[in-house]
Design a protein around this ligand. Sequence first.
Ligand code: CO8
Length: 257
Amino acid sequence: MYETILVEHRGPVALVTLNRPKALNALSDQLVTDLGHAIDAAEADDNIGAIVITGSEKAFAAGADIKEVARFTYMDVYQSNFITAKWERVARCRKPVVAAVAGYALGGGCELAMMCDFILAADNVKFGQPEITIGTIPGAGGTQRLTRFVGKSKAMEMVLTGRNMDAAEAERTGLVSRIVPMAELVDEAVRVAERIANLSRPIAMMAKESVNKAYETTLAEGVAFERRLMHATFAVEDRKEGMTAFTEKRQPVWKHC
Ligand code: CO8
C-alpha cells in the first residue's frame, strides 16, 4: 500500500516502520508523504489508540534525502515550503505517538523523533543535527525542539559542530525518556503505546494537549489551560467511570467518550 513505509496493526497500536534500508531511511518526499497518509489513516481509525514510529536497527532516519534536495534552488524550497512543512503532520497528530529509535537519528531523523510525544531509544542510538556539515541548518524544528529538550548550551554545540549524542547522553539530558536494549526496543514501544491506547482515549488526548502547551506558552497561561482541560474531563463519561471503578475496587471499563 505504501512505497517507503510498512504499517502493521498490533492490537490498538499502529506500528509504522520507515522502510528505505538502502538509504538509511533518508526522508524523501515520498517517505514523508507516505508517513503523513499513515498518520491520517491511524487518526481516522477508531480501533487505533496510539502510534509507534520506528526505523531499522541501523537507522531510524539519516535525515532529509540529501540526493533529492541537493539540486533544489532557493525558489524550489521557498515556493514549495519544502518538505519540512509536510513533516509537521506528525507533530499535529492528536493521538499519542511514540518514537522507537535505534541507530542513526540525524538531521531530519532527529527532528522527526522529537516531533513524537516521547522517545524510547536503543543503546546504539546516535542523535545529531549535522546539517552544518553539508552547508545548511536544521529546517524541521531542530534548532527549536532540541534546545527545549537539552538546553541551549548542548543544543548550540550540536548544531554548530554537527557532533552526535549517544544513548547515555541522550538519557542524561532528557532527550529520550528511556534507553531499552536493541532487541526489545520495538516490542517495548508497542507495549507502552498499547498501555496508553487501552486507557481512555479522549483523556489521553487532553493530557497530550496539555503537556504540549508547556512548549508554547508561559507557566501561568499553561497552568490555566491545564485547569480548564482538567475541568473538561468532568464532561467525559470515562472520568466518571474511572473514579467509580476506583471506589468500587474494580478495573474501569473505558467507553472512550
Ligand atoms: N540522504 C540520502 N542518502 C543517504 C543519506 C541521506 N541523508 N544518509 C545515508 N544515505 C545513503 C548513502 O548515500 C548510501 O547510499 P549509497 O550506498 O547508494 O552510496 C547509503 O545510504 C548508506 O550510507 P553510508 O554508506 O554513508 O553508511 P555509513 O554507515 O558509512 O554512514 C552515516 C552512515 C554516518 C549516517 C552517513 O550515511 C551520513 O553521514 N549520512 C548523512 C547524514 C546527514 O548529514 N543527515 C542530515 C541531512 S540534512 C537534514 O536532514 C535537514 C535538511 C533540511 C534542509 C533544508 C534544505 C532546503
